[in-house]
Design a protein around this ligand. Structure first.
Ligand code: ADP
Ligand code: MG
Length: 231
């Protein structure tokens, strides 16, 4: 007896497999990280810089695993009501140190605070990816700004940068998994983030001009609490 799997079934199985591998690998990594952090606390000698490096590479591995996991299986789990303006400002504060290190001005232009119902961990992962990309594309002295608008039943989060921009050809490739122009890039960030936003019934639009900058607009519906099923 033979069974031919449909493409949809195959993709589903691959997704399940990737998700379970990512999940299983994360647990031992968490343990390793915990012990390394303990060692780092007690270390005063030459091993301190090794431990710092190992921990930062471990963080990188964690991000890559979450990105894969989310791409394979974007799931909205903890759905709750958040104040979107405060939430976005919190994320900007979190990434501020990266901007400072790169000599880029990261401006919080958020001055509205609508309530939305969402999975905030997922939304955070997407926002961090978009803002990080904007910072990474921007040369020293440039600026990245984030603002927020509510129009009718939608919110629009806009991330603008004065970075290197993209050609039309590059613009058509954005969001394709594994597409990267960076030496240490994974090409997962935008693909995963766009998927997360789409799972939320949202939409991501890129506008870009080479050597001028890029604007990413994230449109999200304002879902009423009683209508959560639409996720
Ligand atoms: P990675 O950051 O690992 O390269 P991403 O999926 O996050 O992967 O991004 C893919 C590519 O899209 C980047 O390598 C870059 O070339 C391009 N890109 C994304 N955001 C921007 C931006 N704001 N400005 C210019 N290029 C961008
Ligand atoms: Mg990226």
């Amino acid at each position: 007896l033979q069974k031919e799997m449909s493409k949809a079934e195959k993709l589903h199985t691959i997704g399940e497999l990737a998700a379970s591998i990512a999940h299983e690998i994360r647990n031992p990594l968490t343990v390793v990280k915990g012990f390394l952090q303990l060692m780092k606390k007690e270390e005063k000698g030459t091993h301190l810089q090794y431990l710092t490096l190992v921990l930062s590479e471990l963080d990188r591995a964690e991000v890559i695993i979450s990105d894969y996991l989310n791409f394979a299986k974007p799931r909205l789990e903890k759905i709750e009501t958040i104040k979107l303006g405060d939430f976005i400002s919190g994320i900007i504060t979190l990434i501020q140190s990266l901007a400072v290190t790169k000599g880029v001005i990261l401006e919080d232009k958020v001055n509205e605070n609508p309530s939305i119902v969402t999975d905030k961990d997922q939304l955070k992962q997407a926002m961090v990816n978009f803002i990080k990309n904007a910072i990474e594309a921007t040369p020293q002295g440039g600026a990245v700004s984030v603002n927020l608008k509510r129009i009718n039943n939608f919110v629009y989060i806009v991330i603008s940068d004065t970075g290197k921009g993209m050609t039309n050809e590059q613009l058509t490739r954005i969001g394709t998994i594994f597409y990267t122009t960076k030496e240490k890039g994974t090409g997962l960030g935008t693909a995963v983030s766009i998927r997360i936003i789409e799972t939320m019934n949202g939409k991501v639009t890129y506008e870009s001009e080479l050597n001028v900058g890029t604007r990413v607009t994230i449109q999200l519906p304002i879902v009423e609490e009683g209508k959560l099923n639409s996720f």
